[in-house]
Write a protein that binds this ligand. Sequence first.
Ligand code: MTE
Ligand code: MO
Length: 298
Amino acid sequence: MKLNWSDVTPKANWLNRRSFMAAGAAAVLLPAAARSAQPSPLSTDETPNTLEEITNYNNFYEFGTGKEDPARYAGALTTDPWAVEIGGLVDRPGSYGVDDLAPDNALEERIYRLRCVEAWSMVIPWIGVPLAGVLQKVGVQPSAKYVEFETLLRPEEMPGQRRAILDWPYREGLRLDEAMHPLTILATGLYGDPMPNQNGAPIRLVVPWKYGFKSIKSIVRINLVSDQPVNTWKQMQSSEYGFFANVNPEVDHPRWSQATERRIGAGLFAGREQTQMFNGYGDQVASLYAGMDLRVNY
Ligand SMILES: Nc1nc2c(c(=O)[nH]1)N[C@H]1C(S)=C(S)[C@@H](COP(=O)(O)O)O[C@H]1N2
Ligand SMILES: [Mo]
């Protein structure tokens, strides 16, 4: 079933949102393409979290380690102009604008579950483009085996980067087949609007079958490489966070169970949900890991 966010979002939220934007102005303010982004059969039919939840409970350590820090501080981030340097083993390296990578007429809506390694989850109606199309455009050379991503380094605007919380800039990586998978997107918006800063404006990765930390925000560099890239959380604590980071209810984090999760916004008395293998995307992605010991390759 193909769903658009307006079909499934709780009505109260939809109404709130309508009155929140001056009625007539709304249609003018939204980019035409974002409003008409194609729904996708890859979307879940689960009810998305509200915009308020999605933009007020965030992990974005560049703005602090608290869940409310990104909402408080990310507004100061300059996201225009923005350039993404694409390099390494590609035919057409260079500096690309967000509109080059995700032109309006290519935008799709993808309503995905997001499962954080900390055992909470949300459902988010992203707007974006398949990463595969971007990689095809720049021309991946045969020797490329992995894709490496880097977040902006700008401590003047990112207060968390003035402290040694992580080894900045935040880095992530995917195997090339993971990067080329149709579920993997570069997202430039959510709920039909441009990406809120706290969610990784102006462009971020979304890999829905992996723990949230793989979905790197505010990307300025994409490199095609031959060796497995360093990823920030593995570098920080490799006994707890790996390179693959596939959602797996059977492989616990050393300090907590991954069998269940707390759905943000579900209410104080709601029970925890069972975490699904590959976050529920196993039919689409399990074959990528055939024969691999997922306990070793966590
Ligand atoms: N650059 C950067 N990207 C990041 C993070 C971060 O701290 N810095 N946090 C990650 C984690 S742990 C999660 S769960 C998701 C959260 O995305 P959201 O805030 O849009 O829900 O972003 C990921 N991407
Ligand atoms: Mo996370």
